[in-house]
Design a protein around this ligand. Structure first.
Ligand SMILES: Cc1cc2nc3c(=O)[nH]c(=O)nc-3n(C[C@H](O)[C@H](O)[C@H](O)COP(=O)(O)O)c2cc1C
Length: 260
């Protein structure tokens, strides 16, 4: 009996001392890659293995960009600019409310037709042909990104409204953006939420906590000053870079803190 217990304890200790890459967060994977190492995936079950591979930053694997109706469409525009310029494939879905916000804040009318929308976003981002961009209509819940079988690198919702945060926390999928995000959560894949609201109510905070507990990374649209921003774009790019860091995507030219 004692021997059996000792063996069990040893097995547990052995397991604890060798964490698989699959249980590390994407930042750890970024650390592997920046050190020039190939992450070795040693996992106990196939599902974990698949999910670990999905977080690897290959530009050919699509990344989903969700744009919800929070203030600051510039966050989405700058993200798209950097991703496409670096050759990434982006599947973009903008919520119904985001059209209204853009119109109200900047007088900009986003087309609803997916093909026209792709041209429009490229024009906004100032990227003519680099990378690949597919836009999806907000109501098309039958789109590729609505399915768990669509193998995306991950999804970033930027900017993210409190309404979307609340619906995701409640498990609701009332449009394509929410469905795509819900799929990321249910499949155990990377979801990065960039909330934009202030002040935050207790309900907002609880919903964000629920999302974090479900595995989402919360990267609030809060810029820093240590990189010496010279423009609004610099401030926005800081948030974009930190959000994409969560997917181990390093395509934003950012002066990173080096401790000097
Ligand atoms: C000009 C404008 C700015 C807004 N800014 C925010 C914001 O920063 N954060 C937020 O949570 N909601 C904001 N809203 C409210 C959302 O757009 C609204 O709750 C909407 O239903 C969100 O829908 P969605 O999450 O499906 O995009 C704003 C609305 C307008 C018209």
């Amino acid at each position: 009996m004692t021997t059996m217990m000792t063996m069990a304890t040893r097995t547990l200790a052995k397991k604890k001392s060798k964490p698989s890459l699959a249980v590390l967060n994407p930042l750890s994977i970024a650390t592997y890659l920046s050190a020039g190492l190939t992450p070795k995936v040693t996992v106990d079950n196939a599902a974990e293995s698949v999910n670990a591979n999905l977080t690897l930053p290959t530009p050919q694997r699509p990344m989903i960009l969700g744009v919800s109706g929070a203030s600051g469409m510039i966050y989405a525009v700058r993200s798209l600019k950097h991703l496409l310029s670096a050759g990434y494939t982006v599947d973009l879905v903008a919520s119904r409310a985001s059209h209204q916000v853009w119109l109200k804040e900047d007088g900009v009318q986003m087309p609803t037709n997916p093909e026209q929308q792709a041209d429009f976003w490229r024009e906004q981002a100032g990227v003519q042909s680099a990378g690949k961009l597919r836009c999806h209509a907000w109501g098309n819940v039958g789109a590729s990104i609505a399915s768990g079988s669509f193998r995306a690198l991950g999804m970033v919702i930027m900017p993210c409204s409190m309404s979307t945060v609340g619906k995701l926390a409640a498990g609701l999928s009332s449009d394509l953006l929410e469905r795509a995000a819900d799929v990321q959560i249910k499949e155990g894949r990377s979801l990065v939420v960039v909330p934009r609201e202030t002040p935050l109510s207790l309900i907002h905070l609880r919903n964000l906590t629920t999302l974090a507990e479900a595995g989402a990374r919360i990267v609030p649209a809060i810029p820093a000053w240590y990189h010496r921003p010279q423009s609004v774009e610099d401030l926005v790019d800081f948030v974009v870079a930190r959000a994409l860091d969560q997917l181990a995507i390093d395509c934003v030219p950012l002066r990173r803190w080096e401790g000097k």
